[in-house]
Ligand binder design. Structure first.
Ligand SMILES: Nc1ncnc2c1ncn2[C@@H]1O[C@H](COP(=O)(O)OP(=O)(O)OP(=O)(O)O)[C@@H](O)[C@H]1O
Ligand SMILES: [Mg+2]
Length: 351
């Protein structure tokens, strides 16, 4: 018995799982440190079902002690955070029963995220597809001879097809950026130039909404130019997505400010080793409750409005992943109609 106890102690501590030995009535005889951590040290020599309530628990114990049967039970604990477990119950020595508790919280949450993602993508694709199918049917039947209607419908079909194209482009971009995220970029880039180049392509779109993009460079002249280790295409995509939003969600006729300056640390103090790009627009204030969720894929404050503007809710998710890859930080604030997206990136220090 002493030998068995020693063996249990040394072996059970090698596993990440909680391992418990109970007698045939379910009273705890032995358990490893992980089991104490999960259920509390007070389980020792007490009936386990006082701490681990499951309707099939007793049946599983009976099946193990009388028929030598192994049973797996799914078990969920709803504490501050939900945790999911699989409990394997199997016969052990001398009528004892062993329980191994596997923590499957991560596995299940990955599965949940994946199925949620598939559901979201399908949902996003369904509405333009339904519209396209509807118009094709109309063109084949009632609007067959109607030249005006045909032109109008073809225009709508084109914009629905464009929406699907943008969604696919966004998804591809997101998956490319996610795959790269753990590999920091290496090229030394002049941040100011990346920003200027990205903006040049958007000035025309801004002006068609009667908006102006005003760039201010507050980077101290003595420090030369802000140089970051980056990927030019990705940083350009960040600026592009943020200004695209500023144009879409800013008020017509308002100004979009782009400021480059020395960054600040979490304590708000200036840090010469950080560069900051801020994109500020005037429009509706984004409610506090939305701010932390904006970078989730497919998250939109006003689904209908954003969708009408052709948005699929992927732009900021892409921005977040690119900024993470660059070991930078994204901060979003929105007060009194002024919304600011602020990106802080580590600079290449030069002596
Ligand atoms: N400058 C802004 N002002 C107000 N709301 C904004 C601003 N930028 C983003 N949002 C809100 O955040 C949501 C998410 O933005 P995001 O760029 O991820 O998606 P989108 O613009 O709807 O679509 P996509 O960028 O994929 O075309 C938007 O739908 C909008 O509700
Ligand atoms: Mg966007």
């Amino acid at each position: 018995m002493v030998q068995q106890t020693d063996r249990f102690d040394s072996l059970s501590e090698l596993f990440n799982e909680a391992i418990i030995i109970v007698d045939r009535t379910g009273v705890v005889e032995r358990s490893n440190a992980k089991a104490f951590e999960l259920l509390g040290a007070h389980i020792a020599h007490r009936p386990l079902d006082n701490f681990l309530r499951h309707p099939d628990f007793q049946d599983a114990l009976d099946a193990a002690s009388t028929n030598g049967k192994i049973t797996d039970l799914n078990y969920t604990r709803m504490g501050q955070v939900r945790r999911d477990f699989k409990i394997r119950i199997a016969p052990f020595d001398d009528g004892q029963i062993i329980l191994i508790i596997f923590d499957i919280t991560m596995e299940l949450s990955v599965e949940r995220i994946q199925s949620e993602f598939v559901a979201n993508v399908s949902h996003e694709l369904r509405s333009p597809l339904t519209a396209l199918t509807g118009f094709i049917e109309t063109l084949q039947t009632s609007a067959k001879e109607d030249v005006d209607a045909r032109e109008r419908f073809l225009g709508i079909m084109q914009s629905e097809a464009d929406r699907m194209q943008r969604l696919i482009d966004g998804l591809l971009s997101l998956s490319r950026v996610e795959a790269e995220e753990h590999r920091p970029p290496r090229d030394a880039l002049d941040l100011m130039k990346v920003v200027e180049d990205a903006i040049a392509a958007l000035r025309f779109r801004a002006s068609s909404n009667d908006m102006e993009i005003v760039v201010t460079n507050d980077w101290p002249e003595v420090d030369g130019v802000p140089v970051v280790n980056g990927d030019a295409d990705e940083l350009s995509e960040v600026i592009h997505n943020l200004i695209d939003n500023a144009i879409k969600y800013g008020h017509d006729g308002s100004e979009i400010a782009v400021r480059i300056s020395t960054g600040r640390g979490v304590d708000q103090k200036f840090r010469p080793d950080l560069a900051r790009v801020q994109i500020i627009n005037q429009g509706d204030t984004i409610g506090e409750e939305h701010l932390s969720r904006l970078t989730e894929r497919f998250y939109r404050v006003d689904k209908g409005r954003s969708r009408n503007m052709g948005g699929s809710g992927l732009g900021l998710a892409i921005v977040k992943h690119i900024v993470n890859r660059h070991r930078g930080r994204l901060r979003i604030t929105s007060n009194d109609g002024e919304t600011c997206f602020s990106i802080t990136l580590p600079c290449v220090m030069r002596s």
